[in-house]
Design a protein around this ligand. Structure first.
Ligand code: NAP
Length: 487
């Protein structure tokens, strides 16, 4: 082993995790509790206290940054092939702990066990993908303007990265950032949502037990008002990668200006889904519904605004309503549940507000239960309704009809969001034309379940900038260095 090689993995960190009653921030490989009393975390699934967490304060956040800064001196020099091996071990450990991690997510935020398992595999996929990417960070040589010079452009890890993630994908959102950062040779301070810290902490322990040295992955638990300013103002933090709402993203972007951090913003979306007259009806309904009801609609790429062409409307909409009302709504821990009865409180309020506003303005509601967590189809939705203008983040489908494809594209592009968009058609000409005209970072053609580690994920317009995953995802954590050698 070289001086900068990494250690051997040690036994599983997740043994007995569900029995563990308390957690705290993970800094430099140790649990750091601070001086305050622990906070009781209730499980929305059982309605009972689940875990206790010791919240970090600003001093602990600074310690996490210093730990990451110190670890960066060594981690950046670990050969890329060794970093890649560590990432592969993390992917393997995630899959080995699929069931326990799915259960943790079900307890933390009410995701169904089935979706939790698939989130674990999705997260593991990012570690596998970025293991490959770590080994393929190339520079270039450039023809020099004189025979006595040689020019090189190298890629280097940017340094300490602050990663701030939301509650809706408690493992995947941290995972896809951590995987890319570690592959590039960066170290991280991860701040998950205070609602879902356990999944992120377990990811931190898995990294440690997979042989990633202490201090490379630090995980903070605490209130954003206490920790956020420390992360955004520290000159030691060279990069912020944020996933969350547009409003918070804009604030953090401004907060990072004073220290000129590189920033990635993965913000909200309000995806249109266009169904053209020539779409295959049942295929389109099934695909659209699968994409829409994932995580009870609490996904940034969730198709929200269904734009259906008049020629197919009378066939598509009744089948959509029928299949929506057939979904089994229930306990996330029940393996037969299609849609969880647990909805985030903000989503609950938004569903209620959007549905009430739409009905007042003339839409018709189809649902099999009045509670906000029941899947809902609103028909005859018009652009002046809130449900058409704002991201609902819940199991609500808003249906609007259109005559001409150009009209649908104009409606689709008519908000400030630009994350995902979908079109269903059997015509290659329409598919190409619409995909090119849509103002979105991600377009699905006859596909509403499209996110994967192999392709880039990110938005345009008000949905932010920067990409995660795919061939360019690692670049978010790299900086170029130009070296000119004169002879
Ligand atoms: P949020 O309120 O913006 O919170 C996101 C994260 O930022 C959480 O960790 C939150 O901490 C933290 N935060 C909030 N205010 C902060 C501050 N002033 N300083 C530092 N950190 C702060 O978003 P959310 O409601 O949890 O998540 C839903 C949103 O995320 C939706 O709009 C959704 O579309 C978007 N999203 C986007 C993507 C994507 O890839 N584009 C993926 C998933 C979700 P606390 O939770 O502890 O307050």
């Amino acid at each position: 082993m070289t001086a900068h090689s990494i250690g051997h993995p040690v036994p599983s960190p997740l043994k007995g995790v569900l029995e563990r009653s308390s957690f705290a921030s993970l800094i430099d490989g140790d649990e750091v509790r601070g001086i305050g009393q622990p906070v009781a975390l209730n499980s929305p699934t059982t309605g009972k206290p689940w875990k206790e967490l010791y919240a970090a304060d600003a001093a602990i956040a600074s310690r996490a940054i210093e730990s990451a800064h110190e670890a960066f001196r060594h981690w950046r020099l670990v050969p890329a092939c060794e970093r890649a091996e560590a990432l592969r071990r993390i992917a393997k450990m995630l899959k080995e702990h699929r069931d326990v991690l799915a259960l943790v997510m079900a307890m933390e935020m009410g995701k169904t066990l089935r979706e939790g398992r698939s989130e674990v595999d999705y997260t593991a996929g990012y570690f596998s993908w970025f293991a490959g990417e770590a080994e393929r960070v190339y520079g270039m040589t450039v023809p020099a303007p004189s025979t006595t010079k040689r020019l090189m452009i190298c890629q280097e890890p940017i340094g300490v990265c602050a990663l701030i993630t939301p509650w809706n994908f408690p493992l995947a959102m941290p995972g896809r950032k951590v995987a890319a950062a570690l592959a590039a040779g960066c170290t991280v301070v991860l701040k998950p949502s205070f609602l879902t810290p356990v999944s992120a902490l377990l990811l931190g322990y898995i990294c440690l037990h997979a042989g990633v040295p202490a201090g490379v992955v630090n995980v903070l638990y605490g209130q954003d008002g206490e920790l956020g300013p420390v992360l955004t103002s520290s000159p030691l933090v060279r990069k912020l990668s944020f996933t969350g709402s547009v409003a918070v993203g804009k604030k953090l972007y401004a907060d990072c200006a004073a220290t000129l951090k590189k920033v990635t913003l993965e913000l909200g979306g309000h995806a249109p889904l266009i169904v053209c007259d020539d779409a295959i009806v049942e295929k389109a309904v099934d695909a659209a519904l699968a994409g829409k009801m994932r995580n009870s609609g609490q996904a940034c790429i969730s198709p929200n605004r269904f734009l259906v062409q008049t020629g197919i409307y009378d066939e598509f909409v009744p089948l959509l309503i029928e299949k929506t009302l057939r979904l089994k709504v229930g306990d996330p821990l029940d393996p037969g549940t299609d849609v969880s009865r647990i909805l985030h409180s903000v989503s609950t309020q938004k569903v209620e507000r959007h549905v009430a506003d739409a009905i007042t303005k003339g839409a018709t509601l189809h649902t099999h239960g009045s509670e906000p967590y029941y899947p809902k189809v609103l028909v005859d939705v018009t652009p002046d309704m809130l449900v058409f203008q704002e991201e609902t983040f819940g199991p609500v489908i808003a249906v609007t009809s259109f005559d001409q494809v150009e009209q649908a594209v104009a409606l689709a592009n008519g908000t400030d969001y630009g994350l995902a968009a979908y079109v269903f058609t059997e015509s290659a000409r329409i598919a190409h034309g619409v995909a090119e005209a849509l103002q979105a970072g991600i377009v699905g053609v006859n596909d509403a379940l499209l996110s994967c580690p192999q392709a880039s994920f990110g938005g345009v317009k008000g949905s932010g900038f920067g990409r995660e995953g795919g061939p360019n995802g690692i670049n978010e954590y790299l900086v170029e260095k130009f070296i000119s050698m004169a002879f």
